[in-house]
Write a protein that binds this ligand. Structure first.
Ligand code: SF4
Length: 228
């Protein structure tokens, strides 16, 4: 009711001859409308889910209806990463590196059980149990594989999310630079470089002997040698 009155009040300020030619709206609305109707996904797929993603772009499902007809081959031209398929530990550093190369505003859809949680390969020695442990995910599309309709639904949910953002609050217009996500390192196992001090502390800590006592003798010997 109040909103109707407000619209009437604002229309009252517009000359009669212009009332059918003038639209009053917010900057946020225009800004979000442009972004949400021109999402450019990045062109890459990881496993079987990628086939469903490719189907979504073909004639039957027609992703072009949403302004997304061209999948970009460069992260610098993309603002949507669709992680479609199994994320292996070997592939993960490349995914995080590509994510860092995308300009803000950027969004991520985790497509399929594998990208969300490791899926049927969760217990595999080589599989990451969820891409959201490494990069922020905006929309999850469950399924094994999700159908093209499910991916389209995920895209619509992302558009709803974008429509609610405000230019005054989004992180990429705040002062200061945003740190890139450290690229995970593939060693004997995958690890986050931010945790190196913690890992070093744990691996260098004295370990209990087989009989349960602390194995500090060696460390004492080294200290004794250095003191000597
Ligand atoms: S979720 Fe299922 S269909 Fe998708 S990549 Fe994993 S195993 Fe393949």
């Amino acid at each position: 009711m109040d909103e109707d009155r407000s619209i009437e009040y604002r229309q009252g300020q517009i000359p009669q001859e212009l009332q059918h030619n003038v639209v009053i709206t917010s900057v946020d609305y225009i800004y979000n409308l442009i972004r949400k109707t021109s999402l450019w996904p990045m062109m890459f797929g990881l496993a079987c889910c990628a086939i469903e993603m490719i189907c979504t772009a073909a004639g039957r499902y027609d992703l072009a209806r949403f302004g997304m007809e061209v999948m970009r081959p460069s992260p610098r031209q993309s603002d949507l990463m669709i992680v479609s398929g199994t994320v292996t530990k070997k592939m993960l550093p490349q995914i995080v590196r590509i994510y860092n190369q995308m300009a803000e505003p950027r969004y991520v859809i985790a497509m399929g059980a594998c990208a969300i949680s490791g899926g049927p390969f969760k217990d595999g020695y080589n599989v990451v149990s969820g891409i959201d442990k490494y990069i922020p995910v905006d929309v999850y599309v469950p399924g094994c594989p999700p159908t093209p309709e499910a991916l389209l639904h995920g895209v619509l949910k992302l558009r709803e999310k974008i429509a609610k953002q405000s230019i005054t609050q989004v992180s990429w217009y705040r002062k200061g630079s945003q740190d890139a996500i450290p690229v995970p390192v593939l060693g004997p196992d995958i690890f986050d470089p931010r945790r190196v001090p913690e890992i070093r502390k744990r691996t260098l800590a004295p370990r209990p002997d087989d009989d349960g006592s602390e194995a500090t003798e060696g460390a004492q010997t080294v200290e004794d040698q250095s003191e000597a």
